[in-house]
Design a protein around this ligand. Structure first.
Ligand SMILES: Cc1ncc(COP(=O)(O)O)c(C=O)c1O
Length: 384
């Protein structure tokens, strides 16, 4: 079955008794036991809840994995994955990635003895160099990265990880299974902030994990039940509803993003545009090979930092807010928002500087979006 069909039928209920089309929200913490030692299969909602179960099965089907898990947020999902490791373990992590993930590794798991090295994971040589024999256990990557849209060759890096017996984890938030399925390239685990494209309406926080093998599923299932950062039934239902239109939203959003990237690339106030769909974007060819589209995230660098703040303040239609992936376009100032917790010297080294803006392009009419950016950037008198 094609992914568009799986998505449209997400949460389609098969309840014979009522014929309800939509999966009910099982707003219950616990379930009655028919007798001592007898279970309906549902005992307690932290372990399993029918609404969450429907979402988890759908996500696993979309990512083509063994089993899916829904968490209370993307960070709860990544936290659960970090529980796979023990004190003394070392991970290689993309050097350009969501600031909250960096914060989790540096401020929480480092104290517990789990260390990370931040490497340019778009280069196999850099990854190889970062491996500490006997200690490195895993590779955690984003492709494209947040916010500089760096591309990793999934097939190459996954085979390197496998040859070194490293667990490979891919944060697939930006692409969604609609456009990119890392498990098909050999990744062991895919993780998502479901808050973004999966939910798609800026109205729910969620996280998702899909594991490739039964062995990993069992370990993650144990961690999920033991630590309890699960997604509630109402929020599971909201993500299921969002998924139904994911393919359509993605199609429109990436069409808009491409037009905007091309428009920005022509603008004299813009120094650089980061969008994998531009043919001169580093890794454009690799991304094209491994993904079904270029997505709807882009970043751009303006000619001086003072302009960045002014653009953000002058946008009217495009909302100045953190987050991404929803139907409404958002503009973000990574240095002050999503990546604010990364030390300034590291941000500087990577290129997350105060002249950089990030756009999450929504489903609005693209001409309205361009008009808004144009008016926000056009007031030349503001620039002096
Ligand atoms: C790529 C990526 N991964 C993970 C997260 C964390 O997700 P959440 O905000 O749902 O906890 C984010 C949040 O912005 C993100 O952009």
């Amino acid at each position: 079955m094609k992914i568009e069909t799986v998505l449209a039928h997400a949460g389609l209920c098969t309840d014979q008794k009522t014929g309800a089309i939509s999966t009910p929200i099982y707003q219950t913490a616990t379930f009655r036991h028919p007798a001592v030692g007898v279970s309906t299969g549902y005992d307690y909602s932290r372990t399993i809840n029918p609404t969450r179960e429907t979402l988890e099965k759908t996500i696993a089907e979309l990512e083509k994995g063994d089993r899916g898990f829904a968490f209370a947020s993307g960070m709860a999902a990544i936290t659960a994955l970090c529980m796979l490791f023990s004190s003394g373990d070392h991970l290689i992590v993309s050097d350009d990635l969501y600031g909250g993930t960096y914060r989790l590794f540096e401020k929480i798991f480092k104290q517990l003895g789990i260390e990370a090295t931040y490497a340019d994971t778009s280069s196999a040589a850099c990854v190889r160099e970062a491996i500490i024999p006997g200690r490195t256990r895993a590779l955690f990557i984003e492709t494209p990265t947040n916010p500089l849209m760096k591309i990793t060759d999934l097939a190459e890096i996954m085979s390197l990880a496998a040859s070194k017996r490293l667990l490979s984890i891919v944060d697939n938030t930006f692409m969604t299974p609609c456009l990119q399925r890392p498990l098909e390239f050999g990744a062991d685990i895919v993780v998502h902030s479901g808050t973004k494209y999966l939910g798609g309406h800026n109205d729910v926080l969620a996280g998702a994990v899909v594991a490739r093998s039964r062995e990993l599923s069992d370990r993650i299932g144990f961690i999920q039940n033991s630590t309890g950062g699960v997604l509630g039934p109402q929020d599971s239902w909201l993500v299921l509803r969002g998924l139904k239109t994911l393919a359509l939203r993605m199609e429109r959003q990436q069409q808009n993003a491409r037009r905007i990237a091309e428009w920005l690339a022509q603008n004299s106030l813009v120094k650089q545009v980061y969008y994998p769909g531009l043919t001169d974007h580093p890794g454009h060819g690799i991304h094209k090979k491994q993904s079904g589209g270029f997505g709807a995230m882009l970043s751009f660098r303006v000619s001086d930092a003072a302009r960045a703040e002014k653009i953000v303040n002058r946008c009217k239609l495009i909302t100045f807010a953190e987050s991404l992936g929803g139907v409404e376009s958002l503009i973000t100032y990574p240095v002050k928002q999503t990546h604010g917790d990364i030390p300034a010297e590291i941000r500087e080294k990577i290129g997350i500087t105060d002249d950089l803006l990030r756009l999450s392009v929504g489903i609005e009419h693209v001409e309205d979006l361009i008009e808004d950016l144009d008016q926000a950037m056009a007031a030349q008198e503001q620039w002096t």
